[in-house]
Design a protein around this ligand. Structure first.
Ligand code: IMP
Ligand code: MG
Length: 332
């Protein structure tokens, strides 16, 4: 802190929502900015309730945090309004005037395109909505009556917050390997997902960032088509307890063991200064609920040390369960 960018290392679903919600509560974040769009679901557990957030920033669980949606985002109006009500954040959420709007027609275009079906998109219409923005025919948040109460200049708010020493978190979506530029093209999402792009979408320059926190999961998963080195069969994934379903679309997630080369790539392109490792309890059940590094089993510690050695970044957070507070925080 004061300004941290959080970004996924692989194909999304690394557990960014959980790390953000921990930071929100623990560090008492002042501002959290969401980037990207409705295709990404960030899972947050709060007091036994599970939220799969497509629009509202995951830091909502800290009640003092100002929540913002950046100019580079695409806003799905119905989903936004639904989540604002569900999370009761009406008085503290803002949407940039220039965020663009994702409409039903974009979702239809997404779902009826044979090419996009082959890529295995989420069907929310994010690719077509971005195409429309590039053609300069998109609707913007400032044109939408339902969004009037929320409109703000996100770039101005965030820069001012940083300049006055507030704690700001920029929340990325998906992971580096789904980046339009750096991922497994054409099996990627419609935007760059790297730390620089997250800053650009929010409206801050690279010199304003203190920390880039890259989130690794202890094994890799991907939904949709495209390469996944070391992919396991579904039977093997089930046997290992790695089998997951997507928080947003309910599709099966494919899985594979952690890949050090890919982790290194994510660290390099994001310019990561720190890392988080989630779901260590899935690999090593004895880790469940542990909050002190010394209490982890030796194999788990070795795995953490090996990732640090190979990638050159310290793993400062280790996820040991679904609750926001199931974490080993090594900053202390
Ligand atoms: P789109 O982003 O809906 O166009 O989908 C393009 C690719 O990105 C597909 O493989 C999707 O499964 C994947 N994808 C998009 N959003 C997410 C996400 O939040 N988590 C995981 N995969 C995603
Ligand atoms: Mg997700």
């Amino acid at each position: 802190m004061p300004c941290t960018v959080i970004t996924g290392a692989f194909w999304g679903d690394e557990g960014k929502g959980k790390i953000i919600s921990y930071l929100a509560l623990k560090d008492k974040l002042d501002v959290c900015v969401r980037t990207g769009s409705v295709n990404a679901a960030h899972t947050v557990w709060d007091k036994g309730k599970r939220y799969a957030l497509h629009m509202v920033p995951a830091a909502f669980i800290y009640e003092e945090c100002r929540l913002l949606i950046g100019a580079g985002s695409n806003v799905h109006i119905q989903q936004f309004l639904k989540e604002v009500e569900e999370t009761r954040v009406e008085s503290r959420i803002g949407v940039d005037y220039q965020a663009s709007i994702i409409e039903e027609k974009h979702s239809i275009q997404d779902r009826t395109s044979a090419h996009l079906k082959g890529i295995g998109t989420t069907g929310w219409g994010v690719g077509p909505a971005i195409e429309e923005r590039v053609r300069r025919t998109a609707k913007l948040a400032k044109d939408i009556p339902e969004l009037q109460p929320y409109l703000t200049d996100v770039a101005a708010e965030v820069n001012q917050a940083i300049d006055t020493g507030k704690k700001v978190l920029l929340e990325g979506t998906q992971g580096l390997l789904l980046s339009l530029f750096h991922g497994t093209y054409p099996y990627v999402t419609g935007r760059d997902t790297s730390a620089s792009a997250i800053c650009s979408e929010a409206g801050i320059g690279p010199t304003k960032v203190d920390n880039v926190l890259v989130v690794f999961k202890s094994f890799m998963t991907r939904v949709g088509a495209g390469p996944l080195p070391g992919e396991l069969t579904k039977e093997e994934a089930l046997k290992r307890g790695w089998f997951e379903k997507a928080a947003g679309t309910g599709r099966d997630r494919r899985s594979a063991p952690f890949n050090f080369e890919l982790a290194k790539k994510a660290v390099t392109i994001n310019g990561a200064t720190q890392a988080a490792l989630t779901k260590l309890d899935v690999l090593y059940p004895q880790c469940k609920g542990v909050r002190k590094f010394d209490e982890l089993p030796p194999e788990a510690k070795q795995f953490v040390n090996k990732i640090e050695e190979q990638t050159g970044v310290p793993i400062v957070f280790i996820g040991t369960g679904p609750d926001a507070l199931d974490i080993v925080d090594r900053r202390e």
